[in-house]
Design a protein around this ligand. Structure first.
Ligand code: HEC
Length: 146
């Protein structure tokens, strides 16, 4: 009987460590794993900026990080670009909004997150973003240039 109890405890311990591993490999508070560590990527803006547009989309203190460099005129497949949009009082590690572009098979996918409590939830995505970014087509749909 005693042996069986130990076995059960063992299973529970394994299960809970699996949960910890799963959380660690997903990502910070609801952001997708492909954005992990973005604040250490090279910035493509010179300094944090509050200027908005034109056309204006996101108000706040902004930084733009790119996981890869342009090759010639375009960013390579797999590039992830993150714009952090902070409001006064935000923790630096958790800006109020995080807008993301990710290049998959030659096309950008767009999604933006908003902090709600301690987690990010999806604020907007897709065609709505794409239609405005079309104005930056000459720079591979990316407005910000170094
Ligand atoms: C009305 C136009 C407009 C819309 C709509 C828009 N953006 Fe942007 N976006 C901009 C502009 C302009 C910039 C340049 C930085 C700035 O002014 O904030 C930018 C910057 C970005 C950047 C940094 C790379 C770059 O192009 O400079 C990302 C990432 C981004 N937007 C994602 C999104 C996502 C995701 C959405 C949809 C939820 C979205 N944007 C909707 C205009 C727009």
């Amino acid at each position: 009987m005693r042996l069986r109890v130990i076995a059960v405890v063992g299973v529970v311990a394994v299960a809970s460590s699996a949960v910890v591993v799963a959380l660690a490999s997903t990502s910070a508070a609801g952001l997708p794993p492909y954005t992990n560590g973005y604040q250490k990527w090279p910035k493509i803006n010179k300094k944090p900026f509050t200027r908005c547009g034109p056309p204006c989309a996101h108000g706040g203190v902004k930084n733009v990080y790119a996981s890869r460099k342009k090759v010639g005129a375009e960013y390579p497949n797999g590039t992830v670009i993150v714009k952090s949009i902070a409001q006064t009082g935000d923790r630096p590690s958790m800006p109020n909004q995080v807008a993301v572009m990710r290049k998959v098979a030659g096309r950008w996918k767009y999604i933006e997150y908003q902090l709600s409590g301690a987690r990010y939830t999806v604020l907007g995505q897709g065609q709505f973003c794409q239609s405005c970014h079309a104005r930056a087509k000459a720079n591979d749909y990316v407005f910000t240039k170094r």
